[in-house]
Design a protein around this ligand. Structure first.
Ligand code: ADP
Ligand code: TRP
Length: 341
């Protein structure tokens, strides 16, 4: 274990699907074996789009149970809710004062919303600042990200460098991206698997449902005997992301002929079931105990806040903002009357 920190935020905007697992969860869990890790549920980011409080609460628990069931160990990873560490807003404001509005206007998510003629809320505009604060608050060294988050990380690095430059010192750690070069996980239709496209494979559907969904993967219609090209097939691409060993064997059988797409889907289903079956049971037990999930997240938040407070003490000091009143009280021993209360 190095002393370096990896951090990622997970937006609770849906129940995680196979694309989230293969593209984000599994690699982040791998990283947590060698890094000190801070993984959090970005509930304040989610409210730029989720306006239903019942759904939001439910997604938070879905996400928490998913990460714990897939192997996150809260003894090794600081796992918490973003909203339990309000220091992140204090840092966001400070960062805003160092950022040109033009840099936020060039943000992908904001530009896309405008291009679609949507009325973008200011939260979408401000999103990258909150994300930068998420990262910088915990002295993060590496952030595992997909290509879609590259621009956000660039902005985070820019503002950290600027703060250090303006305030003359190494106040903030400048993080590095840990960019995944894995191709995107395709959905049932061969396009990027995504909750909004309705092409996702659910992570914890029952074995029966999972099989049914896998059988829906789009294929071409060569006869069973024909040799087939694995590379172009969604079923093979999915298998490769799940398990290179199973994919190699599948490629050989496809190229040889006498092995149909139905067979390939069956092999993919078996590989999925082997990976997800045992986790499904753990998920169900965890998801049924929301109090326990809340407790795990609250314990993580305690640890996260200790680091956040230390960072904020450093930042406040550097920028010339007094220490918070509760700190002063303990050192100066102020009485209520001194505070006018
Ligand atoms: P969705 O695209 O379904 O809305 P999110 O945008 O909430 O999913 O993505 C959450 C995380 O999962 C991100 O880190 C994203 O890069 C990753 N992810 C989502 N879909 C895929 C996919 N099809 N392939 C690989 N990674 C993905
Ligand atoms: N923006 C990320 C996403 O859309 C979620 C996120 C919020 C995040 N804060 C973060 C990711 C900090 C990495 C680091 O998926």
């Amino acid at each position: 274990m190095t002393a370096k920190t990896s951090l990622t935020g997970i937006k609770p905007t849906a129940t995680p699907h196979l694309g989230n697992y293969l593209g984000a969860i599994r690699p982040a869990l791998e990283l947590s074996k060698t890094f000190r890790s801070f993984y959090f549920i970005a509930d304040y980011h989610a409210i730029t789009s989720v306006k239903d409080p019942v759904a939001l609460r439910s997604y938070v628990h879905d996400v928490a149970a998913t990460w714990l069931a897939t192997g996150l160990d809260p003894e090794r990873t600081v796992f918490f809710r973003q909203s339990d560490v309000p220091e992140v807003f204090e840092l966001s404001w400070i960062l805003s004062c160092l950022l040109a509005t033009g840099q936020l206007e060039r943000g992908h998510a904001y530009k896309d919303a405008i291009a679609k003629g949507e009325v973008a809320n200011a939260g979408i505009f401000y999103y990258p600042v909150l994300m930068a604060a998420d990262i910088l608050l915990y002295d993060t060294n590496v952030v595992p990200i997909g290509k879609d988050q590259k621009q956000h990380l660039e902005l985070c690095r820019d503002v950290a460098v600027r703060l250090n430059h303006v305030y003359g010192g190494k106040v903030l750690v400048v993080p590095e991206p840990h960019l995944s070069d894995a191709p995107l996980v395709p959905g049932l239709d061969g396009e990027k698997m995504s909750k909004s496209r309705g092409n996702a494979i659910p992570l914890f559907a029952s074995a029966k449902e999972l099989r049914k969904v896998v059988m829906k993967i789009a294929t071409t219609s060569e006869p069973l005997e024909a040799p087939k090209d694995p590379e172009a097939a969604t079923v093979w691409q999915l298998t490769r992301q799940l398990s290179p060993a199973v994919a190699d064997a599948m490629a050989e059988k496809l190229r040889a002929g006498g092995y149909g797409w139905g067979h390939a889907k069956e092999d993919l289903y078996q590989a999925l079931e082997a990976e997800l079956g045992p986790k499904r049971e753990v998920y169900a037990a965890l998801r049924a105990d929301e109090e326990k999930l809340d407790r795990v997240l609250a314990e993580g938040a305690e640890q996260a806040r200790r680091v956040a407070r230390a960072t904020m003490a450093r930042v406040r000091e550097a920028i010339g903002i007094a220490r918070p009143l509760q700190d002063l009280r303990s050192t100066v021993n102020l009485k209520r009357s001194d505070l006018g209360g």
